[in-house]
Design a protein around this ligand. Structure first.
Ligand code: BG6
Ligand code: MG
Length: 222
């Protein structure tokens, strides 16, 4: 009999940039706000917003424009951006699921591995619903129930708790530097989605879930 070397029991997925490409919608909505405020905001600046909460993202943009509005104004700006963003994501279709995601998640679920979402986004339920993948996850930990932003480990620890798996038996899939750090802070293994030059702290880095398989995951080095 072949000895089962598998040391993980669950996979926790960040949503934006890992399973769906919503980063461009975030960018389009932030850009619209920045244009209205006469703030120069480029795609390069947008990289800094990945994995960062809505209010923290707004702070970064306001800092770029050297603006210091009061709290009420900030809430107004964040609401404006979110309305535009929701307008984009409410038109999403299953075609916008990133390549290989469904196949990989289905493969690990068939092997008995639990799956959860760990995302900062308060729009997680709408996105999962629009692309029709709610049933692929045993639990959803998102910005509606978690309040400490990545790199705080809260979102991943909450996800692990919801599915009843110890943190050291979880693998996180993340595209943001702050998200990789959050996984490590949670005591979890981490597969970075993107470039190894950027996600230097991840245990393994792939370009996307299309490059993942159960056998590759078993080779992860801790
Ligand atoms: C993260 C995104 O998943 O969610 C960030 O990477 C975003 O760009 C954050 O700001 C919060 O999202 P939302 O949908 O609650 O504004
Ligand atoms: Mg992300």
């Amino acid at each position: 009999m072949i000895k089962n070397k598998m040391i993980f029991k669950a996979c926790i997925f960040d949503l934006d940039g890992v399973i769906v490409d919503t980063a461009r919608y975030h960018f389009m909505a932030w850009k619209r706000l920045a244009d209205q405020l006469n703030i120069k905001f480029t795609e390069k600046d947008n990289e800094r917003l990945k994995g960062v909460s809505r209010m923290d993202s707004l702070e970064i943009i306001l800092e770029l424009g050297n603006m210091k509005p009061d709290r009420k104004k900030k809430e107004e700006f964040a609401a404006l951006k979110n309305n535009w963003y929701v307008d984009f994501i409410s038109r999403m279709t299953p075609n916008e699921i990133l390549p290989g995601s469904l196949e990989f998640i289905q493969e690990i679920r068939k092997a008995g591995i639990k799956t959860a979402i760990g995302s900062a986004s308060k729009n997680t339920p709408m996105i999962l619903g629009r692309v029709g993948i709610e049933k692929l996850f045993d639990a959803v930990a998102d910005g509606n129930i978690v309040h400490k932003a990545k790199p705080d480990p809260e979102v991943f620890l909450t996800g692990a708790h919801m599915i009843g798996i110890e943190p050291d038996k979880c693998v996180v899939f993340e595209d943001a530097i702050a998200g990789v750090q959050a996984a490590l802070n949670a005591g979890m293994m981490c597969v970075g989605i993107g470039s190894p030059a950027v996600l230097t702290k991840a245990h393994m880095v792939v370009a996307g879930l299309h490059e993942m398989s159960l056998s590759k995951l078993k080779k992860i080095k801790i």
